[in-house]
Ligand binder design. Structure first.
Ligand code: CP
Length: 300
């Protein structure tokens, strides 16, 4: 692999290789000295055209733990504001002898476009409503860590599926690893092409919780919604919000996940997000090891 643009076009073996490598890096991250010299000769640019907390910081930390040289670019404080194009921006960054680009962009396909025009390795850190491959890989790592294996497990992805890049990458990754996937949300927030993805479709959140081993809850992406998909956030929360009482009422333990950022009181109550069911902060911790693995493998 030269780039990591999405999960759709990588194989089960490649996913398993990333997860196995991430296990080794997670072990490194438990040591007093968390740094290894693997990418000492490599320069990486984190190029973010959209806001991010977890992905940007986790990539930066992963790069520094691997001893890479790191530069950070944020579109809102750059010459993009003066009219510079995406390609010109990236060509200028590469002229400074950068080897790898980690990019988040609001436009679907932006990293795929770049991959056709430049020579550096590109990692997609989220392109519009399309894919977020590193989130899916850390989600798979976290499920495997918690449940031992992914094959045969039932994963319900609950929330705004239509505008989510996490949903699509998770569906591709989980299916490649042998999980059964359900999507659940208001019918207006489920994509019309959902049946072509080979997932179960549910609009009753309690039925989804009763069915699954893992519930991956997604936020409502108001910033991507041009029209109203449901009457109000209060009504969404009433019908699709998940609280601890619902989780405790199940006749089994399920794993509660969320890629963040959480809108507390909308898709998840605080008592659910902070409960023993939740592995949300484990996902964040695992993100560093998984991103170290991806950077390391692409640099080989
Ligand atoms: N999960 C995730 O992509 O979070 P950020 O938008 O904060 O990076």
């Amino acid at each position: 692999m030269k780039h990591l643009l999405g999960i759709k076009n990588i194989s089960k073996q490649e996913i398993l290789q990333i997860i196995e490598t991430a296990k080794n890096f997670k072990e490194v991250l438990q040591r007093p000295i968390k740094k290894v010299p693997s990418l000492r000769e490599v320069t990486i640019a984190n190029v973010f055209f959209e806001n991010s907390t977890r992905t940007r910081l986790s990539f930066e930390l992963a790069e520094k733990r691997l001893s890479a040289d790191v530069i950070n670019f944020t579109a809102s404080s750059s010459s993009v504001k003066k009219g510079e194009t995406l390609l010109d921006t990236v060509q200028n960054i590469l002229a400074m002898k950068v080897d790898m680009i980690v990019m988040r962009h609001a436009s679907v396909g932006a990293p795929h476009f770049l991959a056709k025009h430049i020579n550096a390795n590109i990692i997609n850190a989220g392109d519009g409503t399309h894919e977020h491959p590193t989130q899916a890989l850390l989600d798979c790592f976290s499920i495997q860590e918690k449940l031992g294996e992914i094959e045969g497990k039932k994963v319900a992805i609950i929330g705004d599926i239509l505008h989510s890049r996490v949903a699509l990458s998770d569906i591709f990754a989980l299916q490649k690893l042998g999980a059964e996937v359900m999507i659940c949300g208001p019918i207006t927030l489920l994509p019309r092409y959902a049946s072509a993805l080979g997932v179960k479709i549910e609009t009753d959140v309690m039925k989804a919780l009763q069915w699954c081993d893992v519930a991956n809850v997604l936020r409502i992406q108001l910033e991507r919604q041009q029209i109203k998909y449901f009457p109000s956030l209060r009504e969404y929360s009433l019908y699709f919000g998940i609280n601890k009482k619902m989780l405790d009422s199940l006749d089994k333990e399920i794993v509660l996940m969320h890629p963040g950022p959480i809108n507390r009181g909308v898709e998840l109550s605080s008592d659910a997000a902070d409960s023993h069911h939740s592995v949300i902060l484990d996902q964040v911790e695992n993100g560093v090891a998984v991103r170290m693995a991806i950077l390391y493998l692409l640099a080989q």
